[in-house]
Design a protein around this ligand. Structure first.
Ligand SMILES: Nc1ncnc2c1ncn2[C@@H]1O[C@H](COP(=O)(O)OP(=O)(O)OP(=O)(O)O)[C@@H](O)[C@H]1O
Length: 451
């Protein structure tokens, strides 16, 4: 047995209990220090320096202070505050590089009833990558991790998910990730592109039709709802479903039954629903172009997909990943000037646009290095102007103005929070505090751009 335990171990035999868990497990005291750990934890986190007595934030994150002091959610301090179990998603350093880890802390009370220790369990989140070279969704920024945490939380249920995000933010990949992490992962994943379908086409695509149902229906056709049996039905751009069809969709979702076009028999549906939209469905409900009842039916669990400009710190990782996917045989990289151009660019088309820009650059460059001249549409000005502040539009309380500006600056600044704090003339700690306040009141000021 390789597990460690300090002489002040609160429960005799705890080592054996920890070792019986296949996942990394560690016992921490109130000062974040490792009191005991199982073999898997040691294998994943112990380097040249033994972990016993070291702080969890140092071991997992290589930080010199607790996570909540660097702007992250700290499960230990949350558990201490609430006295309850707490679960968060963090990116940890492991022997395999950065990895997304679901961290669960359970407070343990001593004889006096006070919380004295915390049992912390780590679960590796599969299907997402924090290092280049893996398939699927890639990212490690806070905005990305927040999205991933929601995906993880909802995946195991049958709840309907609504993915909301601009075009090219990865909604289809996110839908697949929910499916793959769900109990239906062995079943089919059936995407349906809702935009551009006429009413009759949509109905026969979705529900199928029997032979002779209409002119040209020479044989029976299996609909997408039937194809999704046992799996997941993904309605992409659900905001584009015409009003006349929305009622049919609602009926399907409420009764879980449908009829093939031209058939009298009722079929039972068996799918988990995921919808995606880049449109403001709530506003569409207000305007009367989207049914309120359907909106409530599909939006039980909304997930916001961050635009690329909200997760600028992921850009180098995404560039690295996409270059490997586009040209696996070449060892392409960007020189610093080219990377700087990308970091200043607004990316209205998000990751899809980034991918296109990089694909073009791989064709324009002969060697291994991509330079600004290989990124003409980005390095010649163009959309970079979009990231510059627009003119003042209204009178606002100064506090609101500061919060809006901080959110804007934080989303677009390419460097670290430390560098941003320096440029703003603030201490890093003050910056994190102000950002937390700004996040807390996000929405108080319309839009994310400085007024
Ligand atoms: N986090 C990510 N990591 C790696 N690639 C990504 C990520 N997000 C998106 N992509 C890539 O960006 C492109 C667009 O993704 P996707 O089609 O899922 O976006 P979308 O939001 O569904 O777009 P649309 O609304 O236009 O249909 C794809 O090539 C996808 O592989």
């Amino acid at each position: 047995m390789n597990s460690i335990a300090s002489p002040s171990l609160p429960l005799p035999g705890l080592e054996a209990v920890l070792d019986s868990f296949p996942e990394p497990m560690v016992l921490l005291d109130r000062d974040y220090r490792v009191v005991a750990a199982n073999e898997t934890y040691l294998r994943d986190y112990q380097d040249d320096v033994p972990v016993a007595g070291r702080c969890c934030y140092e071991v997992s994150h290589h930080y010199d202070r607790p996570c909540d002091q660097v702007g992250e959610d700290c499960p230990l301090s949350e558990s201490l505050r609430s006295g309850q179990m707490h679960r968060v998603l963090h990116v940890h350093h492991t022997p395999r590089g950065h990895e997304h880890i679901e961290v669960e802390t359970l407070p343990i009370r001593g004889g006096s009833g006070e919380v004295e220790f915390f049992l912390e369990l780590h679960r590796r989140v599969r299907g997402f990558a924090a290092e280049p070279g893996s398939p699927g969704l890639v990212g490690r920024s806070q905005a990305f991790n927040r999205m991933l945490e929601l995906i993880q939380r909802v995946a195991s249920s049958e709840t309907a998910v609504l993915l909301q995000g601009e075009s090219g933010t990865g909604k289809e990949l996110a839908a697949k990730a929910v499916h793959l992490a769900s109990p239906r992962s062995q079943g089919p994943f059936v995407p349906v592109e809702c935009s551009g379908l006429t009413e009759s086409l949509f109905e026969s695509e979705l529900f199928g039709h029997v032979r002779g149902a209409f002119t040209g229906a020479h044989s029976q056709k299996v609909g997408l709802v039937e194809s999704a049996r046992g799996g997941t039905l993904f309605l992409d751009e659900v905001g584009d479903v015409p009003l006349g069809l929305q009622v049919k969709l609602l009926r399907l979702l409420e009764t879980r039954t449908y009829r093939r076009v031209g058939d009298v028999e009722t079929q039972n549906a068996d799918f988990r629903l995921i919808c995606a939209t880049h449109r403001g469905l709530k506003a569409m409900v207000g305007e009367g172009s989207f049914r309120r009842d359907l909106f409530y039916r599909i939006s039980t669990f909304p997930i916001h997909l961050p635009a690329l400009r909200e997760r600028h710190e992921d850009l180098p990782l995404l560039v690295h990943t996409l270059l490997r996917r586009i040209a696996p045989a070449r060892r392409l990289r960007l020189d610093p000037a080219a990377m700087n151009c990308l970091l200043r660019y607004a990316f209205p088309g998000n990751i899809r646009e980034l991918r296109n820009i990089l694909e073009r650059a791989t064709l324009l460059s002969d060697g291994e290095v991509i330079r600004p001249e290989h990124l003409p549409e980005v390095c010649d000005g163009g959309e970079t102007a979009e990231v510059l502040p627009p003119r003042f539009r209204q009178i606002l309380p100064l506090e609101d103005l500061e919060q809006a500006y901080l959110r804007w600056a934080s989303a677009r600044f390419p460097g670290s929070k430390k560098e941003l704090a320096e440029q703003l003339g603030l201490s890093e700690r003050t910056l994190y505090r102000k950002l937390a306040e700004a996040d807390g009141s996000a929405g108080a000021v319309a839009g994310d751009s400085p007024p």
